[in-house]
Design a binder for this molecule. Structure first.
Ligand SMILES: Nc1ncnc2c1ncn2[C@@H]1O[C@H](COP(=O)(O)OP(=O)(O)OP(=O)(O)O)[C@@H](O)[C@H]1O
Length: 256
């Protein structure tokens, strides 16, 4: 067990009937690490996030967040996590302030501390001007920024970004990635960034490739490129790895 890790999974499995959505997954993320998670449809990414956010329990294995076991000490573990989900969870009819304040109060912050943190995070993201606007009136990119700000208000140690750029234009996507990379380094945050868009994680410290519930690779983007020797881009390396795993699966299937 790595007690310094912001997130540690040890042989975590989750099945749905016959389907092994996660199969003995082990993974550790340290503070200040930005880890990209790649996987094709059905690889197990959503299942992983569902376990990490306490929505479902793993069948076996252990999940620790900042040293807190998510099953035995869920409040300590979950309060160390900030999450931006793929689907927006903002109340469109409330103002930005209303959404952010609600989150602060849920986390037990006093009203004055909430005001202070909201003001300083909005300033950090250059969003002070929209503080009292209804979320409905914001662009998609700004709504995502509000969700990111909200995820940071209780000062998490681990940030989970679950396909958080879906629906954003390339510029807004790039801006969100850059914001999160800066935060990761400035605040010693551990980040797990799940995406289908390989270019988003070119600057990641590590790239984890998940396929059919198993980790196929866990290394730096440069190392992954060199190891796969499959083309010029990280995207080529990812596809090569996943296709290779498909071929191995077929060969094993025939052998049995
Ligand atoms: N509630 C469920 N009941 C049954 N099977 C499920 C359930 N949730 C996920 N699965 C199966 O588990 C596997 C992993 O699915 P999961 O949604 O975690 O993958 P994913 O990587 O998030 O895919 P996508 O990129 O399409 O969102 C798939 O085979 C999926 O069909």
């Amino acid at each position: 067990m790595n007690s310094d890790a912001a997130l540690e999974l040890i042989t975590v499995s989750k099945t749905y009937g016959q389907i092994k959505a996660l199969d003995k997954v082990s993974l550790a993320i340290q503070s200040s690490q930005f880890v990209g998670l790649l996987g094709q449809n059905g690889a197990g990414k959503t299942t992983l996030f569902q376990l990490l956010t306490g929505l479902f329990n793993n069948d076996s294995g252990q999940i620790q967040v900042c040293g807190h076991d998510i099953r035995r000490h869920p409040i300590d573990a979950l309060s160390s996590i900030g999450v931006v989900f793929q689907q927006s969870t903002l109340d469109l009819d409330l103002t930005v302030q209303g959404n952010l304040k609600f989150h602060c109060l849920l986390h037990g912050l006093s009203r004055s501390e909430a005001e202070h943190r909201i003001a300083s995070e909005l300033e950090r993201f250059d969003m002070t001007a929209v503080r009292y606007q209804p979320v409905r009136s914001l662009s998609g990119g700004n709504r995502r920024k509000v969700e990111l700000i909200r995820s940071l208000l209780h000062r998490p140690r681990l940030l989970l970004m679950d396909e958080a750029t879906v629906g954003l234009d390339p510029e807004s996507r790039k801006s969100l990635v850059n914001h999160v990379i800066s935060l990761c380094k400035e605040r010693d945050l551990a980040v797990l960034w799940s995406t289908h868009i390989v270019e988003e994680i070119q600057q990641a410290d590590r790239v984890v490739v998940l396929d059919k519930g198993k980790i196929l690779a866990d290394s730096s983007p440069d190392k992954l490129l060199a190891e796969e020797d499959s083309g010029v881009s990280l995207s080529d390396a990812f596809l090569h790895l996943v296709n290779l795993n498909k071929t191995i699966g077929v060969v094993h299937g025939h052998a049995c």
